[in-house]
Structure formats: structure tokens, C-alpha cells
Ligand binder design. Structure first.
Ligand SMILES: *Cc1c(COP(=O)(O)O)cnc(C)c1O
Length: 370
């Protein structure tokens, strides 16, 4: 028997180093390190064809991508968003000087409940920032409809939604802008990185300027842009990762299927995504720990830790419960009943391409209390 590996919620997929080395050597030889070099262009083309989208800007990470999106769309006042997400979703709004207004989630999809958005709209509302949580698509039609009737702009935080389709096309085509994360913990990773998906060429060019200090040409600087440029090294890794992504996702699919077998009928454990409803990139394997389980979510979380299994409580606490959001001056207390309940019961199990069957059995045994 080999020693037991500590299991984290994720373990980044990486290609063979030998596949990347020739590209690194080229970068070293050419001295083209950043500022839209040849690998940057090649990575964009690869993403366009893999994702089936036309206009894409690369950025250093999704958080900055969201911040730049808020600026690009000129959002001010209030933006309606979900409390059940990674903190970057809210932070991007606060950095943009916008007040997040939190709306409850749909307890089935864990995405923002589109039927509750309209009640939260005020004369100050300028946009909606929704998240395709764990890669499950938002109710994009309903959100689109509300946005067009109230003249609101829509940003999708698509950090979890790499490669996810909706009605036969990329879900990244919805909304005014969508933002991908290529962080190490995501399905597709470039260590750090991200992308902004734009509806047209003109928007992409404006985003590209925001990514590069607002520079138009040597003498013209149009806006207060940021520095969010992706380096050639990162882009080269992205190109190689694209050759392997289908394989990574297929391995995740098998991990997902094994969990469903191993945990079928486990007392008080419910799968967030019923069979056949898992997002097609298998980003995560979230479960809900119900009262019948006998242990609270936190007790189960601790029992797993005691066995060197680091499941994560994504997303707990809710963004709306963090100090910088709780103290927001005037927002009336909103009912976040489902979000609060889910945040207390959610647990994301280790999910990654090379999680072995034996390791999954080890995890399932602790959950079943064996
Ligand atoms: C990971 C994540 C982000 C931030 O992505 P970075 O690339 O790490 O900045 C934003 N939103 C959600 C929902 C995420 O999971």
C-alpha cells in the first residue's frame, strides 16, 4: 500500500512539461515576453474555436476582468447580484464604486433567482452581475428579458463555466460581457489568467485598451486603463492546455459518475446537481448535508479533515455577510433565506481529473460514517 495522499478540493491539471518547454525556449530566444505577442494571439484563436465565440480579450485574472467589465459598461449606483459566490464577484463591484444589492438564489440551481430580481430594481440600478454557479447556467432568458425591459447591463461571472453550452451554443454569448477565470483551481487553468468575452469587435477593442493603461497609440491615451495584460508564458501554457482540456473534462465526468454511485442513498446527503443535470465541464461536486445526516455540515467537514480530506464550504460565508458588505449603509435587509440555508449545508468534495477511484472510496467511507 502506498501512503495516503492528502486530498484537497482541487488539484490543478497540467500538461507534460516537455510540451511547454519548446515554447518557453522560443519566448526566451525572441525576447517577446508580453504586450500581445504571437502566443497571445494564438491562444485567443484557440479559445475562439474551442469555445465557439468571436471576440475575446485575455486578462491576468477574472477578478480584474470583472472590474474592467464594470468600468466598460459604465455601471454606477446599484448592481443586482448573488450573495452565493466567491468574494471576487462582490469585490469587483465595490472596486468600481458600485453598491451590490443581493438577491436570493434559486434553491435548485443555486444561481440568482431571476424571479426576484425585479423587486430589487430601484432608480439607481444600472446592471445585473450574475454567476453561473459551479458551471450551472443561469436563467439567461429571464435575465435578458428583465435587463432589456429595465435597460440594465448584464455581466456574467463565468469563472466556473469554461466550455459550458446553453441551448446548443456557448453560454458565454449571453449578457453584455462574460468573464472566465483560468485560475489554478478552475477546470481550465493557466496558473493565473482569465478572459473577457465581448459581443462585438468594437467592445473588444475598448476592453483591450482598458487592459493596457487606456493606450490607443503612442500619443493617445483615452481612458484610465489598468494593467491586466497576459504574458506570453501564460498564453503559451494556455495553448498547450487547450490540447488536453477535453481529456481533463472526460476524467472529471468519470469522477462525477463514481461519486454518484458511491454516495447513492447516503443518509442526509443530497447532490446539488441531480443525475443528468451536472454542468458539462464537471467543475465541482457539491453536496448538501441535510438534518437527517446526523452530523452538521461543519461536523462532516471536520471529520473529513481529520482524515486528510480538505473539502471546502463553497460558498460560506455569504458575500453579504462579510464585514465590508454587511456595513453597506442603506440597503434594506433582504430575505436571503435560500442562500443562507444553502451556505450552511453546502460542501464541495474533492473534484479533479486525476482523483482515483480508491481515493473517492476513502472520501465516501468518511461521509457514510464507516
Ligand atoms: C475563482 C473565481 C473568481 C476569481 O477568479 P480569479 O481568476 O482567481 O481572479 C471570480 N468569481 C468566481 C465565481 C470564482 O469562482
Amino acid at each position: 500500500m502506498t501512503g495516503k495522499r492528502t486530498l484537497f478540493v482541487t488539484r490543478p491539471s497540467l500538461p507534460p512539461l516537455a510540451d511547454v518547454m519548446p515554447m518557453i525556449e522560443k519566448i526566451w530566444a525572441s525576447r517577446i515576453l508580453t504586450n500581445s505577442g504571437p502566443y497571445h494571439a494564438e491562444f485567443i484563436n484557440g479559445l475562439k474555436s474551442y469555445l465557439g465565440i468571436e471576440h475575446i480579450s485575455l486578462v491576468t485574472n477574472a477578478t480584474v476582468g470583472l472590474m474592467l467589465s464594470v468600468r466598460q459598461l459604465g455601471l454606477t449606483g446599484e448592481v443586482i447580484t448573488t450573495p452565493f459566490s466567491f468574494v471576487a464577484t462582490g469585490h469587483a463591484l465595490l472596486w468600481g464604486g458600485v453598491r451590490p444589492v443581493f438577491v436570493d438564489i434559486n434553491p435548485k440551481t443555486l444561481n440568482i433567482d431571476a424571479s426576484k430580481i425585479e423587486a430589487a430594481i430601484t432608480p439607481r440600478t444600472t446592471g445585473i452581475m450574475a454567476v453561473h454557479c459551479y458551471g450551472r447556467t443561469c436563467d439567461v432568458e429571464a435575465i435578458e428579458d428583465i435587463a432589456s425591459r429595465h435597460k440594465l447591463r448584464v455581466i456574467y461571472d463565468a469563472a466556473h463555466a469554461f466550455g459550458v453550452q446553453h441551448k446548443g451554443q456557448s453560454v458565454l454569448k449571453y449578457g453584455n460581457l462574460s468573464v472566465l477565470s483560468f485560475h489554478a483551481t478552475k477546470v481550465f487553468n493557466t496558473l493565473e489568467g482569465g478572459a473577457i468575452i465581448c459581443p462585438d469587435k468594437e467592445t473588444k477593442e475598448q476592453i483591450d485598451r482598458l487592459v493596457n493603461y487606456g493606450i490607443v497609440d503612442e500619443q493617445t491615451i483615452e481612458t484610465i486603463g489598468f494593467n491586466a495584460k497576459m504574458s506570453e508564458l501564460t498564453a503559451a501554457l494556455g495553448i498547450v492546455q487547450l490540447r488536453h482540456i477535453d481529456n481533463y473534462i472526460e476524467q472529471r465526468r468519470l469522477v462525477d459518475a463514481r461519486y454518484r454511485e458511491l454516495l447513492a442513498n447516503a443518509t442526509g446527503i443530497r447532490f446539488v446537481h441531480p443525475s443528468g443535470m451536472a454542468p458539462s465541464n464537471y467543475y465541482s461536486f457539491p453536496i448538501l448535508v441535510g438534518p437527517e445526516h446526523g452530523r452538521t455540515r461543519d461536523q462532516l467537514y471536520q471529520a473529513l479533515r481529520d482524515n486528510d480530506i480538505y473539502a471546502r464550504r463553497y460558498f460560506f460565508p455569504l458575500i453579504s455577510d462579510l464585514p465590508m458588505y454587511k456595513r453597506l449603509p442603506t440597503e434594506p435587509v433582504r430575505e436571503l433565506q435560500h442562500a443562507t440555508e444553502v451556505a450552511d449545508r453546502i460542501l464541495c468534495l474533492p473534484m479533479y481529473a486525476d482523483l482515483s477511484a480508491a481515493e473517492q472510496e476513502r472520501i465516501a467511507a468518511v461521509i457514510r460514517g464507516l
